[in-house]
Design a protein around this ligand. Structure first.
Ligand code: CYC
Length: 169
């Protein structure tokens, strides 16, 4: 599992090069955003259950067929599994946020996920929509907490949506 610093060092070490201007710029931008990343993660941690619940309500409000008979999130068990998945996405997003790197998402979340979802007929499009809704809620809450969050807040959510949604949607 890599973060912004270890992945950069690895790339330079492979080439046997000292850190050049680009490397130092990228490190500076990571460290400059460091406190805001930690503060954003703190806001998410403090509100995680509420964020997941609210995102679920918005998702099922937008796509009510998911929780109707025949829908993939129909029955209490599957409804709970869906919210649990959303909670996974949120928690791993905070790890990636702090790491400044999406490697943890590849390794711990996305690997094999499409196959699992396909085999259980979990619809990918609505899952992607759920992740987007969480991103929107997170951005609202982080802004409301007065944390100056830049694009880095979008990155883990956008990455999961892209990777999950990309192929044979
Ligand atoms: C930390 C990494 C990780 C992830 C991501 C993960 C996902 C994951 N979601 C699953 C199921 C599921 N996932 C959903 C999710 C949904 N259904 C919908 O209609 C919605 C669109 C969506 C919620 C947004 C549902 C309903 C199931 C249960 C499907 C079933 O058993 O029929 C399963 C099958 C096994 C199980 O039920 O626990 C896995 C492995 N597990 C992991 O360990």
């Amino acid at each position: 599992m890599r973060d912004a610093v270890t992945s950069l060092i690895e790339n330079y070490d492979i080439k046997g090069r000292y850190l050049d201007r680009d490397a130092l710029d990228s490190l500076r931008s990571y460290f400059d955003s460091g406190m805001a990343r930690v503060q954003a993660a703190a806001v998410i941690n403090a509100n995680a259950a509420g964020i997941v619940k609210q995102a679920g309500l918005r998702l099922f409000d937008e796509l009510p067929e998911l929780i109707r008979p025949g829908g993939n999130a129909y029955t209490t068990r599957r409804y709970a599994a869906c919210l649990r998945d959303m909670d996974y996405y949120l928690r791993y997003a905070t790890y990636a946020l702090v790491a400044g790197n999406t490697d943890v998402l590849d390794e711990r979340v996305l690997q094999g996920l499409r196959e699992t979802y396909n085999s259980l007929s979990v619809p990918i499009g609505p899952t992607v929509r759920g992740i987007q809704i969480m991103k929107e809620i997170v951005k609202e809450q982080v802004a409301a907490a007065g944390v100056d969050a830049g694009n880095f807040l979008d990155t883990p959510f956008d990455y999961m949506c892209r990777e999950l949604g990309e192929k044979n949607l």
